[in-house]
Design a protein around this ligand. Structure first.
Ligand SMILES: [Zn+2]
Length: 524
């Protein structure tokens, strides 16, 4: 019995072996088998969750000039090495070095409550000091002279310089539950209040950017803002303009609480302790990974996504998801298609958020690569499935993009709307740095998943907002497009289409010109 069983087993194994040997040595390596293997690897052996955890939870946000940006680059290089892919940091500039510390903000009178808020990026640290103080609302003065007369009142106080929002509910919530009259009234009131507040700032003679340093000079204890992102519990977190006192964003609910207590004369007091470190001048860099081409190593397929982020959340969807998509795509390619015809390069750009600086610097520093680009695929608008692809004004892009896309499985490609020839992008994300240099670069544009309101540059841009099913599809899509672009017998055309008539000149619009990278940032 035992013997017969093992003979049977052996025969079975033998047949299976013959099958596999036959497949690899006799069957031609076709597009469809490689594509099928890419799909299978991406769907069955995805590493996206693990990568996301390591990058977003452990390292965190990646503001330019922070140690976390550098840690992320080193982490990516180690991950790539584990997959047998070479990667390196490439310095292109210098930035103000800064590191975020804690933000502790408490209401201590007339009652005690910890407040939800955080210092803005580059807010000066307070060292060991905790400041307790009253609050004052930016007043509605007649003009800049009246403002100067009022200014000494800020001494020792935290100054509230944002408007009080009439509602903390997003419009879609009003739309669903309010009467039409009530919703219309709220919107009308809010528009009037928003205009009045803009006017209030204007009458001081300053702007939202120049006002904080003036208040600081006049002896304010700190600047308090609320940059509401029009959704439940969500604020956009950008940079501070003060040099010595903290600039803090407080969430709508608590900002409204402080504002109303101050306005009603209840004289609230808050206690504030923020820490941050200045780190002098630090290098900024791109992180570049590549699999060298075997037949045409000097021609490039570039997978593109900026690595840096704002730091209110962890930059999960801006642009952790694009970053992870490109890493995962390259991991899949290295495994399934390790000897590409053309070089496949991943560009993890630095300082996109301050003006596409990393990709602009790359374009400026590598003219020979830019000249030999087969295609650039950039993804940078959130966690969703790719649903839009424009030819960016390249006249023949429909021919190659459509052909490459046709190899993707229908559950991925059928929801992608193409637009040809499209118009060349001038900004928005890193593909524009290449398009303006005349290289065929494309934006893989995603479903929104409430990106603009809830995650883009907000304090809620965190791991839990990632939709991994969509991300898996995107990584597979990118790997297939890269494979097809790499194998294409022809180099892609970069012939530009005639652009629509510019109404100002009456002639076809000009192709957008490249913008120079900012190579020194935050150092004035
Ligand atoms: Zn972005």
């Amino acid at each position: 019995m035992k013997n017969i069983a093992s003979v049977k087993h052996f025969v079975k194994l033998f047949i299976v072996l013959i099958f596999f040997i036959g497949k690899s040595s006799f069957a031609q390596t076709t597009d469809s088998t490689i594509v099928a293997n890419i799909v299978k690897e991406g769907a069955d052996h995805s590493q996206l969750e693990q990568l996301a955890h390591e990058l977003l939870d452990k390292i965190g946000p990646r503001l330019v000039g922070t140690p976390q940006m550098e840690q992320a680059a080193d982490w990516a290089i180690v991950k790539y090495a584990g997959w047998g892919v070479e990667a390196k940091k490439e310095k292109w500039g210098e930035w103000r070095g800064w590191e975020r510390g804690i933000s502790h903000i408490d209401l201590i009178s007339p009652r005690v409550k910890s407040l939800e808020g955080m210092q803005l990026a580059w807010s000066p640290g307070m060292g060991n000091k905790t400041t307790t103080g009253g609050l004052i609302i930016l007043p509605d003065v007649a003009d800049s002279v009246a403002f100067q007369q009022w200014l000494p009142n800020v001494k020792g106080k935290f100054v509230l310089i944002s408007m009080l929002q009439p509602t903390g509910r997003p419009d879609y919530n009003w739309q669903e539950f309010a009467t039409k009259e009530s919703f219309d009234r709220m919107k009308k009131d809010r528009t009037a209040q928003t205009e009045a507040w803009a006017n209030r700032i204007k009458k001081t003679g300053f702007t939202t950017k120049t006002l904080p340093p003036v208040l600081e000079k006049a002896g304010a204890a700190g600047i308090i803002i609320n940059n509401w992102s029009a959704g439940f519990g969500v604020d956009k977190i950008f940079g501070a303009y003060t040099k010595n006192i903290p600039t803090i964003d407080i969430g709508l609910e608590d900002y409204g609480l402080l504002y109303r207590l101050t306005a009603s004369g209840d004289e609230p007091k808050i206690s504030v302790h923020t820490e941050s470190k200045e780190r002098g001048v630090v290098p900024t860099f791109n992180t570049i990974a590549e699999i060298k081409g075997t037949e045409k190593p000097d021609e490039y397929v570039i997978l593109s996504a900026h690595f840096d982020s704002w730091d209110g959340g962890t930059g999960a969807t801006d642009n952790g998801t694009g970053t992870l998509t490109m890493m995962e795509a390259l991991r899949i390619l290295k495994k399934i298609y390790p000897s590409p015809k053309r070089t496949i390069l991943v560009g993890h750009w630095g300082s996109e958020e301050q003006g596409l600086n990393g990709s602009r610097a790359f374009v400026e520093d590598h003219p020979q690569i830019v000249q030999n680009i087969q295609a650039v695929f950039n993804q940078d608008n959130g966690t969703g499935r790719v649903t839009n692809l424009s030819g960016q004004g390249f006249l023949h892009s429909y021919e190659y993009l459509t052909r490459w896309l046709s190899k993707a499985p229908s559950y991925i490609k059928d929801s992608i709307q193409t637009r040809f020839p499209g118009t060349p992008g001038t900004g928005g994300s890193d593909f524009a740095s290449f398009v303006t240099a005349g290289a065929p670069a494309f934006s893989l544009s995603s479903l929104s998943w409430s990106y603009g309101t809830y995650t883009w540059h907000t304090n809620r841009d965190t791991y839990d907002k990632i939709v991994f099913d969509d991300l898996r599809n995107n990584a597979i899509l990118v790997a297939i497009l890269a494979y097809m672009a790499s194998e294409d017998p022809a180099k892609t055309s970069r012939e530009k289409s005639v652009l629509p008539i510019d109404t100002k000149t009456g002639k076809p619009a000009q192709w957008p010109a490249p913008t120079k990278a900012t190579r020194k940032g935050g150092l004035d």
